[in-house]
Write a protein that binds this ligand. Structure first.
Ligand SMILES: Nc1ncnc2c1ncn2[C@@H]1O[C@H](COP(=O)(O)OP(=O)(O)OP(=O)(O)O)[C@@H](O)[C@H]1O
Ligand SMILES: [Mg+2]
Length: 923
């Protein structure tokens, strides 16, 4: 349809096209010429020329416009009339013959309809005259709908404008037939929008669109602006915010419907049915379609659709390919509900060897309750959630619930959908809705065992107290009819939920009923849950013995696709400092989340990556990911888990010397956690506070916070985070003259054998041993600590040991010797940006009589290993995006690093990287 309407919003993502066209027009406005702008329907031809026309008018060009219209197509010279309207006053300047011919042609005079050649010449003369005064650009949109007579005149003029300062710009849809003769004229094919611009367009108009829905829209629209704008419009509010699942094939809006469905409606019935089956089948598998068509529909029946460029049969891959995903939608929309059910039924019949797909089609074919189909769908959902497709599982379970004849089945399936929605996707509004649907399904549907696991998540986000949620889960499990059999998925979900609640509460009495239940589980507790108890809840007591199982789990997790498993194994790896082994699978979870995938899994993956970044000294990335995590928590994954990232931010602020920020954040976490009973968050916040005080030299404060996590001389149960603070506690105790407490704490570490739990803990324990030793023993013990394997992996901890070593040496008058560890510590602290610690090392070094002259804040020595890697990749010509993909980072992180790298190398632009690195390599 013709569109002269002005753009409702600014043009997005067409900078290149605009400047190309503007350049072309500027040039032809000097010497004349014609351009044909073609593109698929809705790709933005009209929008582009509207913007262009505005710019041209503003720059003093005379813009003459017309748009073809279906309704005026039969009226001779209607198009010409529109274009020439602003020039009517100048008709008098033409010679009599031309003037009269034009007046008659345009309907302002009477007489016999003039010959087309005469009109054409008259138009040319008029344009040339106008162009002699000011550059003239004729813009004709939707050329094929221009009446035949005008098209003939324009074809004539198009070839004769050269040398005249008049230009002609016409648009048409690709493949459209028209009376305008395009032969030999330059043509510009307007392509769909790039991915980034597409996303920008959608979010500019639909800021609240759920990211998951966004992904669907983007993949269906394929950069077509009309589709990008119309597809979300055609969704209900609940669908747009992902509270309601989306149909397998997205519905079209009115304009898209007009564009596509009308073409499908014109096809013969057999073709339409086959097209429908191809659309619903989804993979384009020719064999499946052949089987589905049977004797009734042959593949040859698709020929009319092929001729109309709606589908294409790819002989080599044996696939039926829709020319555009919108055609798929249109094929479905053009069918009646009965036809759709029929097509699904037929497809289910030929997909018997693919139970998951068969179940889906059966589900769509059903018109009423059917327990067999419901249970097939439920099975399929459980399999596909294990492959990481949580939204797919929720959709199937919801459909299964709809098809369940009995209230009990309906309740159970809704509950499972709610649990997956809450646990994996983190979408609390839809979870709450599903739970409400269950409640309405009647008392049989709302067995506490059904709803408790999902309700736990909803309650966490609704600020319920941990004890209340704990009671709900314990009550549900104890009253459940499951015989503690771990093949019962609901029981297992409830146990995971309870473990999480106990962990968050961090109190022994919460764990008691849980541990009793673990004993009763038969044939045995789920392996990862048991491992988590040993390595994460009781790492001090049982962690070391569980290491071989952790190793095996880490190996298996490399190939794992179920985000639930990856997340839980990462948790198990925390106190063994092995999260690093899972960076790849964790990044995959983050990337899926960024692409609109499960938000809660993205959130836990981000948290784990942050923890790993922190201990490995990649604080820049930790900060980036923490900011992202907070945003995900706030916007998509339920606000409750935002505290993970406030904790990380507090931690970073502590070690970087931003003490006010650190304390504010930590107290915010503590204040938030108190009324909710989230004891764990308080323990973690004390760790951040303890590090801030230590950095600030307030050893009394540091001691207080460290012992709030766990008293001196003990490694508190249910607060394993105290492991991270063992050396801090010892240092704070010694500095506050609590030698006895320091020694008792070292004794507790040694007795528990925590050095075997992780190589990092081994260094912290050895460092603590050296700290409490007397002056004779200390140097040897520090050397021992610093010669442990993996000292290069934990820069902050190791630099702390070096600093303590240097301080001790200087105090015992081994001034010269002290310079080596102090200098090394200083270098590391500077690289890390551990400002207060660098200051402490620098002061100490100065006290040895050596002021550091060559600061390592510049030159290659100042680059962290990751920065060096990024610098090299960037120097090799890779873009930020390519580097990000290679290193599993976000492009933003990469650019952040480069921002740090340039000043360190003394350069200001990317092009100088290679020389800077060459110079370093050469020297
Ligand atoms: N780059 C863009 N930025 C913002 N909105 C755009 C952009 N391109 C197109 N649109 C919007 O998308 C819709 C379709 O674009 P438009 O009507 O220009 O397409 P068209 O190619 O002229 O289609 P047709 O072939 O039907 O004439 C319009 O609402 C338009 O405002
Ligand atoms: Mg248009």
């Amino acid at each position: 349809m013709s569109q002269l309407a002005f753009l409702p919003g600014p043009l997005i993502g067409r900078e290149r096209e605009l400047s190309l066209l503007r350049e072309f027009l500027q040039q032809v406005a000097v010497s004349g010429g014609t351009l044909v702008l073609s593109g698929e329907p809705g790709v933005g031809k009209t929008a582009l020329i509207n913007t262009l026309a505005d710019a041209l008018s503003a720059s003093g060009t005379m813009v003459l416009r017309a748009a073809g219209s279906q309704f005026e197509q039969e009226i001779s010279f209607a198009g010409l009339n529109q274009v020439l309207l602003p020039l009517l006053d100048s008709l008098g300047e033409l010679g009599d013959v031309h003037r009269d011919a034009l007046r008659v042609a345009l309907g302002f005079g009477s007489g016999t309809v003039p010959d087309q050649l005469l009109v054409s010449n008259a138009v040319l003369a008029l344009l040339r005259r106008a162009a002699a005064r000011v550059p003239v650009v004729l813009i004709v949109d939707d050329l094929p709908w221009i009446d035949r007579a005008s098209a003939g005149v324009l074809s004539f003029a198009a070839r004769r404008l050269v040398g005249s300062r008049a230009a002609l710009l016409v648009t048409l849809r690709v493949g459209a037939q028209s009376y305008f003769d395009r032969a030999g004229l330059p043509e510009y094919d307007l392509k769909p929008l790039a991915d980034e611009a597409s996303a920008q367009l959608v979010s500019s108009r639909f800021p609240d669109l759920d990211p998951w829905v966004m992904t669907r829209v983007l993949s269906t629209a394929q950069g077509n602006p009309l589709a990008l704008l119309e597809l979300p419009e055609a969704l209900s509010h609940a669908q747009r915010s992902a509270m309601e699942t989306l149909p397998a094939v997205l519905p079209l809006g009115q304009r898209l419907h007009d564009l596509f469905s009308s073409r499908i409606a014109q096809l013969p019935p057999q073709t339409r049915m086959l097209l429908l089956m191809a659309a619903l089948e989804g993979t384009g598998d020719v064999s499946a379609l052949e089987a589905a068509g049977g004797d009734e529909y042959r593949l040859g029946d698709l020929a009319p659709a092929e001729r109309d460029h709606l589908v294409r049969a790819d002989a080599s891959s044996r696939l039926i390919v829709f020319r555009h995903p919108l055609v798929r939608s249109a094929a479905v929309e053009a069918a009646t509900l009965g036809e759709r059910r029929q097509a699904h039924r037929v497809l289910a019949g030929v997909l018997a060897d693919q139970p998951e797909r068969m179940a889906w089609h059966l589900g769509e074919a059903c018109s009423g309750p059917d327990e067999r189909v419901a249970s097939l769908l439920e099975d399929a959902a459980l399999r596909i959630v294990a492959r990481g497709d949580a939204p797919g599982a929720v959709a199937r379970l919801t459909r299964a619930a709809e098809l369940s004849p009995a209230a009990e089945g309906r309740g159970r399936r809704l509950a499972l959908a709610a649990y997956i929605g809450a646990d994996v996707i983190g979408e609390m509004r839809s979870t709450a809705q599903l739970l409400e649907a269950m409640r309405q399904a009647g008392p049989q549907a709302s067995d506490p065992m059904h709803y408790a696991p999902a309700a736990a998540f909803v309650m966490l986000n609704a600020d319920a107290h941990i004890s209340t949620i704990h009671q709900l889960l314990v009550g549900a499990i104890e009253g459940g009819n499951h015989g503690y059999d771990t093949t019962d998925a609901e029981l297992v979900n409830a146990m995971w939920g309870l473990a999480m609640v106990c962990w968050l509460g961090a109190r022994a009495e919460l764990w008691e009923p849980f541990l009793a239940m673990m004993q009763r589980l038969t044939p045995q507790p789920p392996a990862v849950l048991a491992l988590q108890m040993d390595t994460y809840i009781h790492p001090v007591r049982t962690g070391v013995a569980a290491l071989p199982r952790l190793d095996a789990a880490l190996r298996a997790a490399q190939r794992e696709t179920d985000p639930h498993v990856i997340e839980n194994v990462a948790t198990c790896a925390t106190y063994a400092d092995r999260i690093g082994d899972l960076r790849e699978p964790l990044w995959r979870m983050v990337q899926r989340g960024r692409a609109g995938g499960p938000a809660r899994k993205q959130l836990t993956a981000l948290a784990n990556l942050c923890f790993d970044d922190f201990v490995r000294g990649d604080w820049g990335e930790a900060a980036e990911l923490a900011a992202e995590g907070l945003k995900v928590a706030e916007e998509r994954a339920g606000r409750f888990f935002g505290w993970y990232f406030r904790y990380v931010q507090a931690l970073l602020a502590s070690v970087q010397g931003r003490f006010d920020t650190s304390r504010a954040l930590a107290h915010q976490v503590i204040g938030w956690a108190g009324p909710r009973g989230v004891g764990l968050a308080q323990v973690w916040a004390h760790y951040a506070l303890e590090l801030a005080d230590l950095g600030a030299g307030d050893f009394e404060g540091a001691y207080r916070h460290a012992t709030a996590m766990s008293p001196a001389g003990a490694l508190a149960p249910y607060a394993p985070h105290c492991l991270w603070a063992v050396m801090d506690l010892v240092e704070a105790a010694i500095r506050t003259h609590r030698q006895d407490e320091a020694e008792r704490h070292v004794h507790a570490m040694q007795e528990a054998g925590i050095e075997a739990l992780s190589p990092r803990l081994a260094i912290l324990v050895a460092g603590s041993v050296a700290l409490v030793a007397d002056d004779d023993q200390a140097p040897m013990l520090f050397e021992e600590a610093l010669s442990l394997p993996t000292v290069d992996q934990w820069p902050f901890d190791v630099a702390r040991v070096r600093l303590a070593y240097g301080e001790r040496l200087r105090r015992t008058r081994a001034t010269i010797e002290s310079r080596v560890p102090l200098d090394m510590a200083l270098t590391t602290f500077q690289k890390l940006g551990a400002v207060p610690w660098a200051t402490r090392a620098e002061l100490e070094l100065r006290a040895t009589g050596q002021a550091r002259t060559s600061s390592s804040t510049t030159g290659v020595a100042a680059l962290t290993p990751q920065e060096l890697q990024i610098a090299r990749l960037a120097a090799s010509g890779m873009t930020n995006r390519q580097i990000a993909e290679r290193l599993f980072l976000s492009p933003r992180t990469v650019s952040g690093h480069l921002y740090q790298i340039f000043p360190k190398l003394g350069i200001t632009k990317r092009a100088a990287l290679r020389d800077a690195l060459d110079a370093i390599d050469g020297s």
